[in-house]
Design a protein around this ligand. Sequence first.
Ligand SMILES: *Cc1c(COP(=O)(O)O)cnc(C)c1O
Length: 400
Amino acid sequence: MLSWEQTPSLSPMRCCRAWVEIDLEALRHNVRQFRAWLGNQAQLMAVVKADAYGHGAVMVAQTALKAGASWLGVATVPEGIELRTAGIQAPILVMGAVNSHEEMQAIARWRLQPTLVMPKQALVFSDTLSRLASARPVEVHLKLDTGMSRLGFPAAEAVELVRFVRQLPHLKISSLYSHFATADSPDPTIMRQQHQRFEAAIAQLEEHHLRPLRLHLANTAATLVDPALHYDMVRVGLGLYGLYPAPHLQAVLDLKPVMQVKARITHLKDLPAGTGVSYGHSYVTDRPIRMAVVGIGYADGVPRILSNRVQVMIRGQLAPQIGTITMDQLMVDVTHIPNLQEGDVVTLLGHDGPHRITPDDWAALTHSISWEILCGFKHRLPRIAVEQPISSAPSAMQER
Ligand SMILES: *Cc1c(COP(=O)(O)O)cnc(C)c1O
């Protein structure tokens, strides 16, 4: 795949039909908001899995660390290696399952920190390490299942797990953690149940003098809901990117969206009434219109199911998307916006003039969640870091 970093002569700003704009100042602002909310007690882990929810993992990690985060969270070993390769030194927790010898060796080699969820896995890991030359112990994180029913050892048997891992060579327990299933729900019942199971496990461990160095439990939602859930560290993903896990959590912190998705008008044309537009002619003009073709499609991460259901923003005005969204392009009715030109910027997600369209708006239309919308944007779209969002900048084609 063409990498924009490797082709400086093709500056994305000048040539791109579409891109993802990352507002690093908004990211810093969000990190500072969380830091202030956490006080001095808890550390902030920036969760940068899935390429930082589509924002660009290296750029986000570097910025978040400078602004006050001290840990990074990823889902997979290659995601951790990408950060190390970029020169990032902060501790990196791999939150997903690590089972193969290859993954375990890479963990040691790149100083990543794995999540262990059962004695057998810890034993294999310890064995693998004993066969490597490096004598450095690997910091591991034990995960309890308190009710998510995904990765994790039964919370009621925490003592057994901790005791077993402690006696294994080459492993050093860095933390004990768990993950909420419903922290974004206005009904706290299940979250409180999970919290109680976590507390009960800690009490049992303390009884046996086995309490690990570090405890953590909270994702973005739990971090916002209750400081009693912060423990020694919080694992924040969505909130760093400036979105709220649920409407009822919006009052706690002032967060700013980090991502905008923009594309250029590549073609303008006038269509008479009765003209079918795009595949399947799912839209037929009922009057003469002026139509813009925009250089972004479902292969870039615009859900096809949004066809004929969303608006986009152009020159501070809303314009309806029409016809079926295609792989690389989509069409917009721009009859009401005068003097448009090929090359003009179209904002799909973000803000333009008085208007704002958010991943939550798209999620509501696609029966999805903002997390999925964000990480749906593909690598074909260059991530462009901007301190000032690009909207009214003259278009590439106008400059030529
Ligand atoms: C993804 C993830 C998080 C971050 O969740 P957000 O809701 O985006 O803050 C935290 N912990 C674990 C284990 C995760 O997998």
